[in-house]
Ligand binder design. Sequence first.
Ligand SMILES: O=C[C@H](O)COP(=O)(O)O
Length: 318
Amino acid sequence: MTPEPLVNQGTSFHADWLDGIRVNKSAVERRTASLGGRRAVKKDSQIAFMLKAVSCIDLTTLAGDDTPGRVRRLCLKARNPVRRDILAKFGMEDMGLTTGAVCVYHSMVPEANETLKGSVPIAAVSTGFPAGLAPMETRLEEIRRSVEAGANEIDIVVTRAHVLTGNWQALYDEVKAFKAACGPALMKTILATGEHGNLTQVGKASMTAMMAGSDFIKTSTGMEGVNATLPVSLVMIRQIRDFFQKTGIKVGYKPAGGIKTAKDAVAYLTLIKEELGTDWLSPDLFRFGASSLLGDLERQLEYHATGGYSASYRHAMG
Ligand SMILES: O=C[C@H](O)COP(=O)(O)O
């Protein structure tokens, strides 16, 4: 069954919460530099992290040539993301492991709904994805139609010009309007951080998006020149921590774009655990936006289960 989402009702706009945000780029890079290469994660923890990572994937297809058939295959994979014989080696074959959601364009929501029938949440990218430059009324209507078509979650994109001109009030108003259009659906706000210019802007945009009611903040569409990185993630999750300390509201985090390997996934989960704690190691509060990560996770899990890899065509989807 699709879980009930956590909901952030937002706060009023506090300009003073943004005034103190200053990010020291070299300190952030030093903090994240060692994460990818750590050998400290023991084999059992690696397996646990990889299974956790599978459960936190928004299994994504966002291509101009998407077809109903591709979306159906994606949904079937989301429902059974790891082969049963591999899961059996870890005693996990009856745990009902699924991905966190599937993530598709608005036009593919009916196909996903038909295939999944509530077994895995459906996220739709709406609001003129990926540039987010359609007229406001069109973007609002796209959200409403995605929800009507069966989307449980809406990934919105913001107007980057509001970030680049420091117009935080306009960003707040825009995200708040999107939130109202989402109704009961969980809202993930894509900030497109690769287009923000610097990490201080990323920090301010993150805080503004949370004040306006985002249930998750998400790095990227996957289509910017630079997508998810560990330094950007550290900045965003420290704002999540700060927002939680100010309001008691837990906002989720979704790095997206270019996350392809099990090793990448373990580095992100390690960062989340160290900075936000184990509460955030759950699909309610953490997702990977990824089209190909699942293939490598399944391959590495098979390696741990059997001591060898099978041909990559056996893990072709995801
Ligand atoms: O939100 C998800 C991204 O579009 C997926 O990006 P990716 O294809 O690099 O994994």
